[in-house]
Design a protein around this ligand. Structure first.
Ligand code: ADP
Ligand code: SF4
Length: 692
């Protein structure tokens, strides 16, 4: 197939200072939870993106001095760190793409728990979030030291072979941005006061970097032009614009976005594709240098429009590169319908916070490229003579059937309902979650083109039906059901009164059950569901109170960057929140509440109760099949084995398709990276250090 000529513009090379990107696809710095701790996994994953056609591939933030030691970042404090970053460059260059590194200093945002250096800020201030302690202001000598360290790191990056080195002033995570922000900078010297003074550090870092490596490497800037907090912060009409005007021609490329990260990587529930346009559109009007921006771009037509309308020169992307590392190739080969579009769920950001390798709802191979040898596009051909039956066309069953079909197996996919998609179809009808249907739609699209995969809707399967099919291998992906009895993390036995008729589950509401009046939601799930159901109920005219044993609703969503967005929306909808409490008894006209820390008990009048607690696997069929003496080999996959995220169901389906099993293997089924032991220090070295 050849590409649509309308998309040709995306494949034009772009000159960036002394280097040329082969096309307009630019993977912006993107956290992976791997970096310095899982370097082989990390480097190979970056190489796969280059193989998939991203013309520029960046690492995540890179700490450039030991006074910034964010363990989630990669590191280039000195030459000792060269080995890891060089490996990434090799992987990216092997595919003909440019490799980029963004030098970062996280200032007061990182508590420096490893180096134990006092964190740094423009002025004295408490550390970010809830970390104890303060950051101290940099004096002039400190600034000179940091400038020197930045310059040294840039030289090392150049030595490693990077083509683009960025100065970082974005996301409220970078010292040069902290200097620019009025609310952080109370300095009286030439680095404080006027905007020109507050932007001085950023200017100096760009100039230093250009002077050190500008002859060979492009020098870019990643800058947040708007913080979405009005006059309290940087705005694209005010100081954000003025900074770009002031430094317009200094860097070789402008990488612009909004801040903080929760606004930049906004989920699809709270922001649509291209939602940053209104903030970054001015940049191209004030500089002749190439401009790159992000916006969860997955549609080639939208990308072309960004370029044709003069908004961007390069299409920046992080999450779309995770969900489909081969997105550019698919456009180039004229098959955009094969793009596995990001759903904007931010499961990918969760593992970064936990400092473990990234995972993705849409792309089950993400993070598994090196350690399991999984490629996002290729899969080994079939290795057994099995004919396969998959029961249940939810995310686990759909992915299993698709990947088995790709391997060349003959697959029957049986689904009880008229509509495929399982929980994805049902959840995507909840407020704000429409994009989640992409998990279903991409898989249906792929399966529809496979002659060896046949889907049977409205086909509820019992054990006898399974035997009739003659399948030799059965994947049971029958999903899970929300519990009605309130058993979950807090209550380990049923809540008194949970059998009453006005007690509902998320499944009831997703199946269209209606209710009125005041509804209490008991959130013992802590992810998105309670907040989404609250929205659904308010939209249908109910008043809602959410009771949770945590300090607040949807506590887990701090990892998906949704927490603040959710709470802003709940506040706007007038949803009441009772934290630190548990629903302990349900009566006809209300519920009893207990303070989980032992305070006084209370009651709350209500007309209905929704239990968002634990789930139970729909595993009856699997147990029946296992009990058959001469039945086929059957394997529970996804939620029918253990209810979890949609991402976990997709992963389970994929793993089953590759391994044809889903159980504990006797040996570790993936490669692992061990820390290499250093030689014991020489006694003299200890003595020298000890004597200062
Ligand atoms: P998962 O997340 O593990 O994929 P889902 O709950 O999303 O699970 O999907 C399970 C699917 O299995 C649902 O669409 C459901 O209708 C279907 N299903 C459940 N039991 C049977 C059965 N006995 N025969 C066929 N389909 C079934
Ligand atoms: Fe997109 Fe979700 Fe995958 Fe992240 S985890 S890349 S948001 S689909």
């Amino acid at each position: 197939m050849t590409r649509d000529p309308r998309h040709d513009i995306l494949f034009e090379p772009v000159r960036i200072g002394p280097v040329t990107a082969p096309n307009r696809f630019y993977q912006t710095p993107q956290c992976s939870g791997m970096g310095r701790n899982y370097p082989s996994s990390w480097a190979v994953m970056r190489g796969i993106k280059a193989e998939g056609g991203w013309g520029v591939v960046f690492a995540e933030q890179c700490d450039f001095h030991h006074s910034t030691d964010n363990p989630r970042n990669v590191r280039l404090w000195d030459a000792q760190d060269l080995g890891i970053v060089t490996r990434m460059v090799e992987e990216v260059h092997a595919q003909g793409s440019l490799a980029g590194l963004m030098l970062a200093h996280n200032g007061f945002v990182t508590p420096n728990l490893i180096s134990r250096e006092t964190p740094l800020a423009p002025s004295m201030m408490p550390l970010f979030g809830t970390a104890p302690g303060h950051a101290r202001p940099l004096d002039k000598a400190d600034i000179r030291t940091l400038r020197q360290a930045h310059r040294s790191a840039a030289l090392l990056a150049c030595e490693a072979g990077f083509d683009i080195v960025n100065v970082y002033a974005g996301h409220d995570l970078a010292l040069p941005m902290h200097f620019i922000a009025k609310r952080y900078n109370q300095r009286r010297d030439e680095y404080g006061g006027s905007l020109a003074n507050r932007a001085r550090l950023l200017r100096e870092l760009i100039e230093d970097t250009k002077e050190a490596i500008g002859h060979r490497c492009a020098v870019g800037v990643r800058f947040a032009v708007d913080e979405l907090m009005g006059e309290a912060g940087i705005t694209c009409e005010g100081e954000g614009r003025e900074v770009v005007e002031m430094l317009a021609e200094l860097p070789d490329i402008w990488d612009v976005n909004v801040s903080p990260w929760a606004n930049d990587s906004i989920t699809s529930r709270f922001g649509e594709e291209g939602s940053q346009e209104r903030y970054v559109a001015f940049v191209k009007q004030v500089t002749t240098k190439p401009v790159v921006g992000v916006g969860r771009f997955t549609s080639p037509d939208t990308m072309v429009s960004q370029i044709r309308r003069g908004i961007l020169d390069m299409i920046g992307a992080a999450r779309p590169t995770i969900a489909d590392p081969f997105l550019p190739r698919k456009i180039e080969e004229g098959r955009p319908e094969d793009i596995r579009e990001c759903i904007g769920c931010n499961v990918c950001t969760t593992n970064n916070f936990m400092m473990v390798p990234i995972r993705c709802t849409q792309n089950p191979t993400m993070g598994e490229e090196w350690r399991r040898g999984w490629h996002p596009e290729r899969i080994p051909p079939k290795s057994t003579a099995d004919s396969v039956l998959i029961i249940g066309a939810g995310p686990a069953g759909l992915e299993a059937a698709r990947a088995l079909g790709q391997r060349g197996y003959d697959v029957m996919l049986a689904e009880a309902r008229r509509e495929p998609g399982g929980r994805v179809s049902r959840e995507s009808r909840l407020p704000g979650l429409a994009a989640w249907a992409r998990v279903r739609d991409w898989r249906l699209g792929q399966i529809a083109r496979m002659a060896n995969v046949e889907m049977f809707l409205e086909s509820p399967m019992a054990a006898a039906d399974v035997l009739e099919t003659g399948a030799t291998l059965v994947g049971v992906a029958t999903g899970a059901s929300w519990r009605r009895d309130g058993v979950g993390r807090h209550h380990r036995s049923p809540v008194a009164g949970s059998e009453r008729p006005h007690v509902m589950t998320p499944d009831d509401l997703m199946d269209g059950r209606e209710t009125t009046g005041h509804v209490v939601i008991w959130d013992d799930d802590h992810n998105y569901m309670a907040s989404v159901l609250a929205e659904l109920l308010v939209n249908s005219g109910c008043t809602v109170t959410i009771v949770t044993p945590q300090a607040s609703v949807s506590a887990y969503t701090q990892y998906t960057l949704e927490f603040d967005h959710i709470h802003r929306r709940l506040a706007r909808l007038g949803v009441a929140i009772v934290g630190h409490h548990a629903v302990t008894r349900i009566a006809d006209g209300g519920v009893d509440l207990a303070n989980v820390h032992g305070g006084s008990d209370s009651t709350l009048d209500c007309d209905g109760v929704v239990m968002v607690t634990g789930q139970e696997p729909n595993d009856a069929l699997c147990r029946e099949l296992a009990a058959l003496a001469d039945g086929p080999r059957s394997v529970a996959i996804g939620d029918s084995l253990a209810p979890s995220f949609i991402a976990a169901a997709v992963y389970a389906g994929h793993r089953f398709a590759r391994d044809l099993r889903f159980d504990l293997s006797a040996t570790t089924p993936f490669l692992r990276e061990d820390v290499a032991m250093a030689p014991r220090p020489q006694p003299e070295r200890v003595a020298i250090q000890g004597s200062g």
